[in-house]
Structures are given as C-alpha cells and as structure tokens.
Design a protein around this ligand. Sequence first.
Ligand code: ATP
Length: 448
Amino acid sequence: MAKPKSSLMDKIVSLCKRKGFVFQASEIYGGIGNTYDYGPLGVELLRKVREAWWNAMVTARPDVVGLDSAIIQNPKVWETSGHVGGFSDPMVDCKKCKGRFRADNLEHASCLEKPSKRPGECDGELTEAREFNLMFKTSVGPVEGTGSMAYLRPETAQGIFLNFKNVLESARMKPPFGIAQIGKSFRNEITPGNFVFRTREFEQGEMEFFVPPAEEKQWYDFWKNERFDWYKRHGITESKLRLRDHDKDELAHYSTACADVEYEYPFGWGELEGIACRTDFDLKRHSEASGTDLVYFDPQTKEKYTPFVIEPAGGINRMALTFLIDAYEEEQLEKDVRTVLHFHPLIAPTTVAVFPLVKKDGMPEKANEIVEMLRMARFTTDYDEKAAIGRRYRRQDEVGTPFCVTVDGDTLEGDVVTVRHRDSMEQEKVKISELVGYLHNAVMAWKR
Ligand code: ATP
C-alpha cells in the first residue's frame, strides 16, 4: 500500500472544515488525538448514511428488527466475549521519538520526528511488541475502585447477543432473523489516522443474523452480496470496491468464514465493512457464563438449537468518509473547473436548494413558500439568495446538493420553477404543484 501522498485527502479534509462537515474536536484547546466533531453538513451526512443503512437492514425487511443497547454493560460481558483477555493489538514503542505504533501496521505509520520515514527505519530503535488492550475503562457509581470498574463498549454486537432471548420472545421472531443496531463504540486505537477513517470513538452499524446451523453458508453468501450491493446502489464506484475473503489464518478461532468489503482509498485499499460467520460461539459463551439458556426451541419441529450467526458490521463514519471521497470530483468545464460531490441523493446532506433569481419582485417570498412545502415533504432543504445564481449553483455543487430550484419570472407568472440537476447541470421547467413528486422520482431514479 502506498503512503498517503494524495493531495485528494488534503482537499477532502480542507473541504470538510470549510463547509462544515467535520471539525477537529476540542480544537481551541489544541485538539485531542484523532477525535472529531461533525458540523451542520456532517451530521446530515451521517444521518443520511444511518437512514440508508437502517432502511435496507431493518425497514425494508420483515426478518430484521432493531435494538439500542447500553454502551456500558456489566464487565462480565466483556470477560465472556473474550475482549478483556484478547481484544488487543501488538504494539511497539520508539525509544527515541516515543511514538507508539501497531507492530502489524508499521508500513502505514510514520516516524514522529521524520514523517517521511517508517518507524524503525529512522534513527530510533523499536521495543519488542507488547499486547495493548483497546478497551477504554471507566468507573461507575460514586466510589472508584475495582468493584466499580466498567468498560465503554468496543463493539455494539455483544448488546445484541445479550438481548437475543428478549427480542426472540417479545418480537415473536423465529430463525432466520436478525437484530440490528447503530451506536457508538470506543477503541483506544494505537495508531488512529487518515482523518475519520480510524478514530477512537466511532459509530457502528451492526446486524446479527441468527440462522439454523445448516443455513449458515447460504446466509453468509446472501449477506456478503447484499452488503456489497448496498454500496453500489448508493452510488459508490464499483471499480473501487472489492470483496476480500479472509484467509484461514486471519479468522478468529470461532469463525468459519469472513469477508471484507474494501474500498480503494487515496491511501490504499482498506476495510469498509466486515461480514463474518460467528457460528454459535457468542450465544453459547454467554449461556455458559450467565447460566441463561440462549437457545431456540422450534415449536413445530420440537427441535432445540443454538442459532449460528452471520454478522455484517460496518462503521457509519467510515461509510460517510467513503461516500465523500468517492463523490469528490474537480470537473473540467469549458471555462473553469468546478468542485462537485456526486453523492447519491439519498446520501447528500442537503437534497434541494431553493433560490430566488433576484432579491426583489416577490421572488424571495415565493421561494420561501416553496422551501416550506419541500420541508413539509421531508426534503432536507436549503435557501440561498446571496450572490449571482451561477455562484449559488457552484456552492451547492461543492457540498453535493443534487437539485437546485430557482424561482424566476416564469414562477410569478405561471407557477413554474426551474430545476437544475447537479451532475448534468441540465435545467428543466417544473410546475410547483408537481415539484414534490418530480423530486421524489428524481431521487429514486438517480444513477451515477
Ligand atoms: P480494523 O481492521 O480496521 O481495525 P476491525 O476489523 O477491527 O477494523 P470490526 O471490529 O470488524 O473492525 O468493526 C467493524 C467496522 O467498524 C469496520 O469495518 C469499520 O468500518 C468500523 N471501525 C472499526 N474500528 C474503527 C475505528 N477505530 N474508527 C472508525 N471505524 C471503525
């Protein structure tokens, strides 16, 4: 993998700050290692990614239900899941610059003093690799001590296993069925980096799909294809995506198969999402450790079994970053270059922007009526009356707004607006009474 020489990444980082997608956290105090805040457009982007994920994984499916489990669970959960004993990365320290690096990832790291060199290739000597647990510890209750020690969850999946029986019974589910969850996870990553690709606090979208053991392979293939296809359907360039099956020596000891959806980032291929066969490992471990039988009894066949699990697990922030990188284009036009984000309209932070052609003749008032109508129809809508119309189009292109609606003389005379499409820059006249339906269709029919 090449070093991140790309100026594309620098451009994305700068656009994110300038336009209000992502800011450095605690910036006025000098920041805190690789932690970020999301600004007005960033939260909309995350919300759209979350919604697109939830729609595909839960809303559109009769066999998947949702859950929101706690971030802080009983510490026994993490002992049982193996995270206390084994959720670690091998780590080396540089004796000279005092940098700490993942021993299995040195080719992507840079010496703190000489960033053009890899750790160990500079003058510094590296220590032997030591295991470093990635879980954040905290204490619960008024007294600090061993009895009050707890962890911030490093994944959302365990909360799902803990509630397997609750959901099975309350939602009257029957394998094959899934439980999905979106929520924050925390990992004390040794070498975070590449902007929001790897951070210590991040959001995950995970789904545990519980199946009869004999159906494991069939559902694993199904979810691999479905998750790969989801990225394509939402506009990611297909040639920059690949599914990579893990080799046997990469698999966790309990796992029978695992594949990553990978994307070709400016800094090389990287994992976007993993789809893993977790067998019955988690349910069995929690059954044994808690004394609660986490099994399924099929009333028809009278069979009792522990379901096998297929898990698609992705990072919402990493998805948002991928959508941003993939959407970015500096498009050479006849006279100049325009910066444009070709987001799928379902992912774009703002779906429609409305402009009055001029700031007089009742056009701002009419434009505001249209804004209200579009907001009522649940479109994320922006209003802009500042600067020449061409400049306003370009501003929206730069943040990926797929449709601009302009109120002009025709609107005042004939209730017709001009809809301008971000990608083709083509314009069409549309009756106000048909605008909501028109935009709905345009969102659904969009193709990269
Ligand atoms: P990696 O190999 O990149 O550390 P992982 O294999 O440990 O990731 P999983 O535990 O499978 O990751 O987590 C599922 C998904 O959560 C990943 O595919 C990624 O999208 C996201 N993710 C994991 N760690 C981070 C992080 N530190 N920052 C942002 N997203 C993350």
